[in-house]
Design a protein around this ligand. Structure first.
Ligand code: TYD
Ligand code: MG
Length: 471
């Protein structure tokens, strides 16, 4: 019997299938249905049908679950990308058969980074297939010439394609060791009617890629663009399919680029990779702290150094605050690099526990260099920077403060104090103000660890003259 292809509507959120389009799904999601054409007698359908007609007994003997302890992890099979900063963010290189989404604003350097990885892999006699739906092979060649002026290795293959079926055929024919899709928004499958870049196209294409990559253990990097507000737009819905989600960020006016992971099935999400965009590609930055500390520390009010322990290394950076009379009568709070809710909490603690009333002032806080640290160890320095700005009292040069600020005005312990002390000493700091609970931290020669238990104690320790004139 010949059956016509039929159409079903599938909810993106929960996978519920309906023969008709629905405005709201049974799971509560609105406008979440996409159209899928179902081929009536595909091999899978035929197989399902034949096993059904053969009865339950036939299937029962063929399906086996295996003991978890006997499952091979394959985790050990990692590809060294030749780019240390990228390896570290991935948790020690690219794991075989994994999909990594790399997102970032247009022009930030995503294509440059993965082309560098492809060239570096090809130099070690591996084959990298770069699929571009955005740029012509000539444009990519021009970029490659900048990155590798000494010559592009033969192992970098370029394919200009947007149909995912063509990509899968190329994988089959070339059997590469590494795959790049630049970008997922340009890919489409013939089985869907929607335009490339639509939510259903992105989802189905990623799914098809994942199946083929997993089947042959091929690791893939997928470039995804972000919207103006920094969201992954369509790709947000594939975040749960892929194994790693990396984001590449930085201020276009500066050359510093930071690579972070928001999801990583094979490593932590707290590592940071740092690069500098140069004339001939991205250069790795080993001394990120040195790069983030180039401001007027010890000379102007409102600035202080702080540190966070991200992933496996301490990072030192500068935090700045500015307070100004609220011109509109409605005080503004603006923070870059510090969570707005945390800023509100720190201001409330400063008011109630240290007597600094800023309810009539604008408050601005900025972590210099576009860095967005996780965690709470920069709380204390944020509070000290605001105090310094409001009272016009300069934090002396050589001082670095770490600690979480609690609602009672207490300073709570942070992790990685010992490595922070070592890094601070290396960069010439002489005093580390830290939570009382971390006061026994071993410090190298040249730097003293000074424990504080409250915000008031920290203020009186840092500022010889804490100042008196607010503003
Ligand atoms: P690109 O990798 O094309 O960004 P994306 O893929 O994220 O859109 O990088 C674009 C910018 O980087 C562009 O403004 C040129 C600059 N660039 C350099 O400064 N040096 C280089 O060696 C390369 C290749 C690019
Ligand atoms: Mg690009």
């Amino acid at each position: 019997m010949v059956t016509k292809p039929k159409t079903v509507f599938v909810c993106e959120e929960c996978g519920f299938e309906s023969p008709k389009w629905m405005g709201q799904c049974v799971c509560g999601a609105w406008n979440s249905f996409y159209e899928r054409r179902v081929e009536p007698e595909g091999p899978a359908a035929a197989r399902r049908k034949s096993s059904k007609t053969a009865g339950a007994g036939a299937g029962a003997g063929t399906v086996h679950a295996s003991p978890l302890a006997k499952v091979e992890t394959g985790n050990a099979r990692r590809l060294d990308t030749g780019i240390e900063e990228l390896n570290r963010v991935l948790g020690g290189g690219i794991t075989a058969g994994t999909l990594t989404l790399i997102s970032g604003e247009p022009g930030i350097g995503k294509s440059t980074l993965i082309l560098q990885a492809a060239i570096s892999l090809a130099r070690r006699r591996l084959k990298a297939l770069y699929v571009s739906g955005e740029e012509s092979p000539e444009q990519i060649r021009t970029r490659a010439d900048r990155i590798a002026p000494a010559g592009i290795p033969d192992g970098v293959l370029i394919l200009s394609a947007t149909a995912i079926e063509t990509v899968l055929d190329a994988i089959e024919a070339e059997r590469p060791d590494f795959l790049i899709i630049d970008s997922i928004q340009t890919m489409y499958t013939e089985t869907l009617e929607q335009a490339p870049g639509s939510v259903s196209q992105i989802r189905v294409c990623t799914d098809m890629l994942m199946r083929s990559c997993k089947a042959i253990g091929l690791p893939a990097f997928i470039v995804a663009h972000v919207t103006k507000s920094g969201d992954l737009a369509g790709p947000k819905i594939v975040e749960h399919i892929v194994d790693c989600v990396l984001s590449f960020s930085g201020e276009k006016s500066r050359d510093l680029r930071l690579l972070t992971a928001s999801k990583n099935r094979f490593g932590t999400t707290s590592e940071v990779g740092a690069f500098e965009m140069r004339e001939n590609g991205l250069a790795e930055i080993q001394d990120l702290s040195g790069c983030l500390l180039e401001g007027p520390l010890g000379q102007a009010s409102g600035t202080i150094a702080t540190a966070v322990y991200e992933g496996t290394r301490p990072l030192l950076m500068e935090i700045q605050a500015l307070t100004a009379g609220a011109g509109t009568g409605f005080p503004r709070r603006a923070a870059i690099g510090v969570d707005n809710a945390r800023l509100g909490m720190i201001l409330a603690v400063l008011e109630r526990k240290a007597g600094l009333d800023l309810s009539g002032s604008d408050v601005y806080v900025n972590i210099v260099g576009g860095f967005r640290p996780d965690g709470t160890s920069s709380d204390l320095s944020c509070a000290l920077a605001i105090w310094s700005a409001a009272r016009g009292a300069i934090v002396p040069a050589g001082v670095l403060a770490i600690g979480e600020v609690g609602l009672a005005g207490e300073i709570r312990s942070v992790r990685g104090a010992e490595s922070i002390a070592a890094e601070a000493a290396r960069l010439g700091f002489t005093r580390l103000i830290l939570p009382g609970a971390n006061a026994k931290t071993k410090t190298p020669p040249g730097i003293s660890a000074e424990g504080v238990s409250s915000i008031l104690e920290a203020i009186s320790l840092v500022f010889a003259d804490p100042g008196s004139s607010p503003g």
